[in-house]
Structure formats: C-alpha cells, structure tokens
Design a protein around this ligand. Sequence first.
Ligand code: UGA
Length: 436
Amino acid sequence: MKVAVIGTGYVGVTTGVALAMSGPEVTGVDVDEEKIRLLQTGKSPIYEPGLDEALVDVISRGKLEFTTDHTVALLSAQIIFICVGTPSDQEGRADLRVFKDLIDQVHHLLCHDDDERILVIKSTVPVGSNDQVAELFSDCPQIHVVSNPEFLREGSALQDSLQPARIVMGASSTQAFERLEQLYKNIEAPRIKTSRLNAEMIKYASNAFLSMRISFMNELARLSDKLGTDISIIATGMGLDSRIGPEFLRAGLGYGGSCFPKDIIALLSIAEERDEPLTILYQVAKVNEQQPTWFLQKLEQRLGDLANKRIALLGLSFKPNTDDIREAPAQKLLTILREKEALITAYDPVAMPNMQRVLSGEQVTYTQTPYEAVNASDAVILCTEWGEFLELDYERVYHIMRKPLIFDGRNALPHSELGKIGFEYVGIGNQVGSLV
Ligand code: UGA
C-alpha cells in the first residue's frame, strides 16, 4: 500500500513518519523546495523530540521519501492524506484557499483514473467542508473522502501519533472505513466511525473544551488571588474527581500555539454564521486574551512604572519542548513590555531564533544562557516551564539579580525553596507572598 501525505508541517511530517514506521511506503509532498530538501536529508524543519531520529530511520529503510512533485506522488498512491494548514483569515474564519486549491488539483488529476483511492482529510476544516469535498468527488465514486482529524500535541507529536487516545474516522462508505482500518491495523486505539460532519466537530469540540478548562482555571486563579486560596491545590483537589480528571487544569499565562487560538475563533465564527453564538467559548477566548495583561498588572504593582526596568523573560515558546512561538504568551508579554519601555532580556533553549525573526530591536536582548538573561534584572518572568528553568541554580540567580523578584507565569517553580533563599515569589492565583 502506498501513501502520499500532502503538506509537511507538524501534522504532515509526523503523520508521514508514524505511518512509515507502522507499515506502508509513504511519500511526503510539499511546494516548499527548501523544506523538502531538508527533509530528504533526514532533518525536521521543526523542533520535535525524537522526530529527527525517526526520520533518518524510516528514510534509510526506504519507507519514507519526500518530493515536490505532486503529480507523481498522487498517481502512485492508494491513500492520500491532506495535511495542509488552515490558518485564520482576517475575520477569524479558517482560510481554506490552499486547502481548496489542493483539493481541486487532486480532483483534476485523479477523477478520471479508475483506481480506487481514499482521500483522507487531516487538516482542521470548518464543519461541513469535507462533505463539500465529497460532493465535488461525486462524479468519481472510486475516490472516497474521509475526515480523519488529528489530535497530536506539539512536543509529543510522534508519541501521540503512534499511540493516539482515539482514531476518529468520518466517511460514508464501508470501503473507506475498511481501507483506513487496514492502514491503522498496527495502531491500538479506540475507533470512532461516524459521519464526516461528526468527525470534524469532534476535533473542534475537543480543542474548545480543553481551552475552556484552561480559561476556567485562569479566571478562578484571579479570584484565588483575592480570596487567598491556592489554584494549584484547588486543581489537584478537583482533578482527583474522576468526572473531572487532572489534565488541563494548570493555571498560567494562557494557552497559545497554532491550534487552540485559531480553532476557537473558527468555531465561534461557524456558530455566528448559524446564528447560534457560543457564549461560553467567547468568554474563554476573552479570558485568555486578558491573562498576560492581568499578570503584568501584578508586576506593575510591585515595580511601579516599568520604563527602564530590567525584566528577564525565561521561555519564549508557547509551551515546553517546541520552538513554536505562534500565539505564545511570551510574545504578548514582550510586545506590552516594549510598549511600556522596559529593558528586556530573553532566553529560551530552542525558540530564540523564531522570536528574533518577529521581535527584535534595541529594547530586547536575547542571551546565550538563562543566567545572562537574569543578570542585573529587576524581575524575572517565567513564561514557559522548560525543565531547564526548574533546575537553575537559584542561589546564583538570587545573587546576580538586582531585585530578587520572581514572577512565575506557569506556577512551576519550587516556591517554598525560592522563599527560603530570599526571593519574593509571585505566581498565578496562589496569594502573593503566602508561599514563601
Ligand atoms: C492541541 C491539542 O492538545 C491537541 O490534541 C491538538 O491535536 C492540537 O492542539 C491541534 O489542534 O493540532 P498543542 O497546541 O500542541 O495541542 O498544545 P497543548 O499541549 O494542548 O497546549 C496548548 C496550550 O495550553 C499551551 O500554551 C499550554 O501551555 C496551555 N496549557 C495546557 C495550559 O495553560 N494549562 C494546561 O493545563 C494545559
């Protein structure tokens, strides 16, 4: 069985590697020549733990290859995965231009070929889009359209693809379900076989629900600050209830990344279009937008006017184990701090080059080590809970800072130990000063 994966972003590369590891021969396709050249040498264009090693392995065993030639890859494949991005447009809707062009290209090339093929859509597209694709292909019944949304997380993408929590398949023919079952036969996970509409909605609803948990905890954290309660302990207490569960209850600077913000806005816009506004989800997005500003207000309460204050940011990626800075809270903090004329030093183990491309200038200095970043600073803000920051020599940090003030934007640092060293510790929703 031959598989073509079109689009070599996060989802495409990981899907290609995971499929090649579990059976079929896979060809990854992209229009970006530079990216394809890099992938051909076994190097991933994104930082993702374990991906480079797995790439080298499957390429050397002849299971995975990369090309910019769509025609050859499409004609030789029995299963075609569509993994192109669907970013937000100006109005917040999913921008489907690349997706639609590609679908037209596949239709044009394969509709008059008699071979049976499965067209698997992994790109996150508005509910109903895949039925429209199926409608387009109604003049070529040998091509079956399946919605097969992706649930992998950046930072553990390969692991999530090889051991998913579920495989959701949305289709309208038994052949499509059977072929996909055959493809995934080596992957153990519960299956949901349903309509394309339901499959698309499962993806949006999952991301929306997870974001809602985060915003709920972030809003409760603000109240916690006022009441003198500790949101981390409250989360532990809540999470032990099996109806709630412990995941995605960590209060912090808010969710970021290429998925939650984009998918929430897209779902809000889908609901508006149907005149069924999702009021809870609207507030979820609003709380998330406010969270970095709320945290900086706490900093201003401590330091007063931030102009010419030295602020060190630790962590720039939207979460640990990725170099992705899209919608990262650190990016919002950097922007606001610059507006307030603070002097910023910043460090991240892998995401600095990406941040430098979008935010540089006199007010921001990117450093080689976390110690250089915190040196002579008036405050440190932990934006991303990279393991490296949890293990810093905080005695040393204490001695080189100008003021021993730590703002923990992820409630991740050992606050009582920091208190013993002499730091003033401010977290999210854990009553300022109560933990030292
Ligand atoms: C998310 C979903 O978790 C995946 O299932 C989905 O496939 C993916 O979006 C997608 O749609 O492609 P990802 O964006 O990689 O994955 O990141 P998450 O691990 O979900 O984290 C998202 C954000 O929430 C991060 O900024 C993280 O710091 C934040 N977060 C997460 C919290 O603030 N608190 C938590 O308790 C958990």
